[in-house]
Design a protein around this ligand. Structure first.
Ligand SMILES: *[C@@H]1O[C@H](CO)[C@@H](O)[C@H](O)[C@H]1NC(C)=O
Ligand SMILES: *[C@@H]1O[C@H](CO)[C@@H](O)[C@H](O)[C@H]1NC(C)=O
Ligand SMILES: *[C@@H]1O[C@H](CO)[C@@H](O)[C@H](O)[C@H]1NC(C)=O
Ligand SMILES: *[C@@H]1O[C@H](CO)[C@@H](O)[C@H](O)[C@H]1NC(C)=O
Ligand SMILES: *[C@@H]1O[C@H](CO)[C@@H](O)[C@H](O)[C@H]1NC(C)=O
Ligand SMILES: *[C@@H]1O[C@H](CO)[C@@H](O)[C@H](O)[C@H]1NC(C)=O
Ligand SMILES: *[C@@H]1O[C@H](CO)[C@@H](O)[C@H](O)[C@H]1NC(C)=O
Ligand SMILES: *[C@@H]1O[C@H](CO)[C@@H](O)[C@H](O)[C@H]1NC(C)=O
Ligand SMILES: *[C@@H]1O[C@H](CO)[C@@H](O)[C@H](O)[C@H]1NC(C)=O
Ligand SMILES: *[C@@H]1O[C@H](CO)[C@@H](O)[C@H](O)[C@H]1NC(C)=O
Ligand SMILES: *[C@@H]1O[C@H](CO)[C@@H](O)[C@H](O)[C@H]1NC(C)=O
Ligand SMILES: CC(=O)N[C@H]1CO[C@H](CO)[C@@H](O)[C@@H]1O
Length: 710
């Protein structure tokens, strides 16, 4: 699609240049042919539901080459491109297209009819012969319609069609390969997101010899890959992901043009040596997540001919524990950019050699395995490494400061859920590109380098559940940059009361804030629970204009909850397990963004204020184990999003408002916050990684979306 877009872009440029020349020469050309203009006007009523085609002007002399969705050849004035995506009402009934209406456009090259509730074609007697006249049609996109398997029979005609896309339609059951025989000119065929289940294959068929891209993903195919495939000698990209295919991969062994294969989320038996692919010298992208990995009966000694750039092999089911050493083919790879072997329970020592062999490696994802021993690093720097994720393994020992010089351009470092001990190396705070550091759930001890917390750029810092100590309070409240800071579950101490937040005492609106000078704190998440902080919650919290998540629970905080106009975007407040006292002040009055309010286990007194009804998004209200008393206000019934209320262990009196029984208490789990940000691949990196590979780029596999979500 890349190439195509570039081509079109050039084309528009050329149109622009030509029209400028025409103006300069004072000449005028009737760019649009009259009979094509009239034929377009016949089409208009079928496609103008949103009035998008309002410049398809019925006045004579209107140049149809200028119309919405039209592309003409600037020399001949003939129509060559017609793009009518999403121009019908989606909620209106399905309809049948009269393909004859397109016959006047004999030079048409591309036709896009995506998302138009088309259920099929009207049968005209001699359509097939007539469609044969459209010798220029090369691209046809029918994505997102209601077409069934008969679509192939209706389209049986276009002699030079190269690109056919029928994604997201209603093809079901068996795909009869004979139907495809008429499409011998096809280079690219996309059929993802239908409900196709199997293939009907006939002897002596297989005219798709020129096919280069085949997308069968997101269907319900089952059984072995069809024999048909091994004839497709030109195939460069094959996506069969998200089906129920099973069996081995021998069938692909001779398709030496293959550059991209996605097998993810099927039941294939993938041998650890990848022996079936050994001759695929052009293979660069191999996605094989969530299949069955099987051990070879014997050691496979032949060298693979491929040099992969991208391999994903996460969450494969195995019957026995696999030692990493079994992935022999990996020893011969030296051009890898992206490696994901997560969730496989691989054991053994960490793959230092993989980093040494692959100096272009950018992403190394090994989380959820059983790698053990020290976090050993290659001796030479790997300048390209951007993300290293070895969380949820069995690493021990310390993080050596070599890590900073070995991976100087690191953007994400994920080492949580291991058994790492010792100090956090100070050099990490000087790493300019590092915006996500997760060392949580280890045995790190002693103090945190102050600079790491103060670091003045946008980032996420997770150090939860270690054995870190010291007073981090001054640093936390002087942090700069847009930050999420998680320091809960440690042994930090310090008095909150006198926190100096004057550094970010600002009242200007976000638009006026000068980010470039990093003058203000954009703290949006602050989690400091389970430490030993003391004193009262500073009044100045009210000035944390960007705070969305505040967790100070399980500390030793006292005094009252500051009553102020609360942070305007606050969503989740966790203050349980402290010694907070006094009434529920106006702290959260009118806070329409508040979703969770957890004040359990404090010494709060007074009654539940009537303004509780103003918390229109409140979903979780936990007031258990305080000294609250009085009546439960009926205003609670105005909280239509409430899903959990806990008022137990207080001294409430009077009736329970009957209207509470009227609340539906929906479980809105999505609102109960689980932060799980990840690193994103920039579009620049993406094109460098994926190059011109069409399917890899589209990531039909759903991969690497977890790296694209921020
Ligand atoms: C435009 O038409 C001319 C003459 O038929 C042809 O040579 C040229 O390749 C066409 N250009 C495009 C972009 O189709
Ligand atoms: C119409 O949809 C196709 C397929 O998704 C796409 O390639 C094409 O760029 C779209 N055209 C326009 C004008 O949006
Ligand atoms: C389809 O369109 C052609 C050309 O405009 C027309 O002659 C024919 O009657 C139409 N068929 C139907 C069934 O409307
Ligand atoms: C498929 O669509 C055609 C119209 O193009 C219709 O005549 C036929 O009944 C449909 N077949 C099935 C099995 O729904
Ligand atoms: C792959 O499966 C086919 C069909 O079941 C079988 O004939 C062939 O021996 C298998 N190949 C391997 C290497 O297991
Ligand atoms: C691959 O090619 C070899 C040699 O031409 C042949 O023996 C084998 O049967 C082919 N395998 C497949 C699956 O077509
Ligand atoms: C990769 O490293 C392993 C282990 O050090 C070595 O055996 C292999 O030859 C290396 N491969 C390449 C291509 O450098
Ligand atoms: C936590 O760190 C302190 C020193 O800061 C040490 O004395 C203590 O043993 C550590 N506790 C654990 C469980 O590692
Ligand atoms: C917490 O830190 C103190 C020193 O500041 C230390 O004496 C104590 O053992 C630590 N607590 C735990 C549970 O490690
Ligand atoms: C909490 O603070 C009080 C008063 O300062 C102190 O006596 C108590 O030891 C502290 N408790 C903990 C667990 O730190
Ligand atoms: C609760 O619902 C019942 C029945 O819909 C209605 O009669 C009653 O007025 C409602 N109670 C309150 C307090 O909204
Ligand atoms: C693939 C890739 O990003 N390669 C880069 C690795 O790092 C060297 C040195 O910075 C660059 O020159 C390469 O382009």
């Amino acid at each position: 699609m890349m190439m195509k877009m570039e081509f079109k872009w050039l084309w528009f440029l050329r149109i622009a240049v030509v029209s400028v020349l025409l103006v300069l020469e004072g000449a005028s050309t009737d760019a649009c042919l009259e009979h094509e203009r009239i034929a377009l006007l016949h089409l208009k009523p079928f496609f103008n539901h949103y009035n998008y085609l309002n410049n398809w002007d019925e006045v004579k002399g209107s140049d149809c080459c200028e119309w919405m969705g039209i592309e003409c050849n600037t020399t001949t004035g003939r129509l060559i491109g017609l793009s009518l995506n999403y121009t019908r009402f989606r909620d209106k009934d399905y309809w049948y297209l009269n393909a004859s209406l397109f016959l006047p456009f004999v030079e048409l090259k591309s036709l896009y009819l995506r998302g138009n509730v088309i259920a099929g074609c009207i049968e005209n007697e001699d359509d097939a012969t007539k469609l044969q006249q459209m010798i220029h049609l090369e691209e046809l996109c029918l994505d997102g319609n209601l077409l069934n398997n008969s679509v192939f029979a209706s389209l049986n005609g276009f002699p030079n069609l190269k690109y056919l896309s029928i994604r997201d339609n209603q093809m079901k059951g068996s795909l009869d390969m004979k139907d495809l025989d008429a499409f011998s000119s096809l280079r690219e065929l996309y059929m993802s997101n239908n409900q196709l289940k199997d293939f009907v294959i006939h002897k002596g068929c297989c005219d798709l010899k020129k096919l280069e891209v085949l997308d069968l993903s997101w269907n319900t195919f089952e059984g072995m890959l069809p024999n048909y495939l091994d004839n497709l000698n030109s195939l460069r990209e094959l996506d069969v992901s998200n089906n129920q295919f099973s069996g081995n991969l021998s069938l692909l062994a001779n398709l030496t043009s293959l550059r991209f294969i996605s097998l993810s989320r099927n039941h294939f038996e993938i041998p650890t040596s990848f022996a079936p692919f050994i001759n695929l010298a052009n293979l660069k992208f191999l996605y094989a997540n969530e299949n069955k990995m099987v051990m070879e009966p014997s050691f496979h000694s032949s060298l693979p001919k491929f040099q992969l750039k991208f391999i994903t092999l996460s969450k494969c089911i195995t019957s026995q524990q696999l030692h990493f050493e079994l992935l022999t083919f990996l020893y011969y790879q030296y051009d890898l950019r992206f490696v994901d072997l997560s969730g496989n329970d691989f054991s053994g020592a960490l793959l230092t050699w993989l980093l040494q062999n692959n100096t272009k490696l950018k992403y190394l994802i090994l989380r959820g395995n059983a790698f053990s021993g020290l976090l050993s690093l290659p001796s030479a720097p790997n300048l390209n490494v951007s993300v290293v994720d070895i969380s949820d393994n069995k690493l021990q020992g310390q993080i050596l400061s070599d890590i900073c010089s070995t991976f100087p351009h690191l953007r994400g470092l994920f080492l949580s859920k291991n058994a790492i001990e010792g100090d956090i190396p100070t050099c990490l705070s000087a790493m300019k590109d590092l915006w996500y550091l997760d060392l949580s759930n280890n045995h790190l001890s002693r103090s945190v380098p102050e600079e790491l917390i103060l670091k003045d750029s946008q980032r996420i810092l997770r150090l939860s559940n270690n054995n870190l100590s010291g007073n981090v309070i001054p640093a936390v409240f002087n942090t700069k940059g847009l930050s999420n800071i998680y320091l809960d579950g440690n042994n930090f101490s310090g008095d909150m009361t006198n926190v100096d937040v004057s550094a970010f005492d600002f009242s200007s609106s976000p638009a006026e804030i000068d980010l470039s000078n990093n003058m203000f704190s954009y703290l949006d998440t602050l989690a400091l629970s389970n430490n030993h902080f003391e004193g009262s919650i500073p009044m100045k919290f009210c000035n944390l204009n960007y705070l969305g998540f505040l967790d100070l629970s399980q500390n030793n905080l006292s005094g009252s909850i500051p009553s102020c106009s609360n942070p305007p975007h606050i969503e989740h407040v966790h203050l349980h397990g402290n010694r907070l006292s006094g009434p529920l002040s106006l702290a959260f009055y009118n806070s329409s963004s508040l979703v969770t309010l957890d004040l359990r286990g404090n010494n709060l007194s007074g009654s539940i204020p009537e303004w509780i009804g103003t918390l229109s998004s409140l979903s979780v209200l936990l007031l258990k184990a305080n000294h609250l008393h009085g009546r439960i206000p009926v205003q609670l019934c105005q909280l239509y999003s409430l899903s959990i209320i806990d008022l137990s262990q207080n001294m409430f009196s009077g009736p329970i408002p009957s209207c509470l029984g009227n609340l539906t208490l929906p479980m809105q789990q999505n609102k109960i916050l689980v932060h799980d940000e990840y690193i994103s691949i920039s579009s620049e990196d993406e094109s460098r990684i994926f190059g011109s590979s069409k399917l890899a780029r589209g990531a039909n596999d759903g991969y690497p979306t977890s790296y694209m979500e921020e």
